[in-house]
Design a protein around this ligand. Structure first.
Ligand SMILES: [Zn+2]
Length: 160
């Protein structure tokens, strides 16, 4: 069920200024007046919202801001990790990113693992009109070929 936004309901409500939730909700009943009559779907959503809010324990204390994602409280480090690594941890790349290689090499390795290095094979799939073969040995240029299989690139990498 798609709920109306809070602003949709608040637009319908006739507010008494500075009315707290505790004052509006007492003993299981809402003391609210709507500016207009709610249509059937709004009434269903309002009832559903009341059911959900009925499970909330209200008291007269001031509201508190809490951080539920981490018991230690809010830290920018935790938020960064939550945003960047919450779905899938690429442990293979974590070692690479944590290494002392230059950033240029790290990015190249990352692109290689993701299959994003533009080699002849990939360029041909994107309708590139050029020759997809290796310029050094003449075989089809793939990432595996370029890094591991081409004898001439192996020979040249010995001098780097
Ligand atoms: Zn080659």
């Amino acid at each position: 069920m798609k709920f109306l936004s809070v602003s949709d309901f608040t637009n319908c409500l006739r507010f008494v200024s500075c009315l707290s939730v505790v004052e509006a909700y007492s003993e299981g009943d809402w003391n609210l007046q709507f500016r207009r009559s709610l249509i059937e779907s709004e009434i269903e959503q309002w009832n559903e919202l009341q059911n959900l809010l009925g499970e909330v324990n209200l008291n007269n204390r001031d509201d508190q801001i809490t951080w539920n994602l981490d018991k230690k409280g809010f830290t920018t480090k935790f938020v960064y990790r939550f945003i960047t690594f919450r779905v899938v941890l690429d442990t293979k790349m974590m070692d690479i990113w944590g290494s002392h290689l230059s950033l240029k090499v790290k990015v190249f390795i990352w692109l290689m693992f993701k299959g994003r290095i533009q080699v002849g094979d990939q360029l041909k799939r994107m309708n590139w009109m050029g020759n997809p073969n290796c310029k050094l040995c003449g075989q089809l240029e793939t990432i595996d070929h370029l890094i591991f299989q081409c004898p001439l690139s192996h020979f040249l990498s010995c001098f780097i």
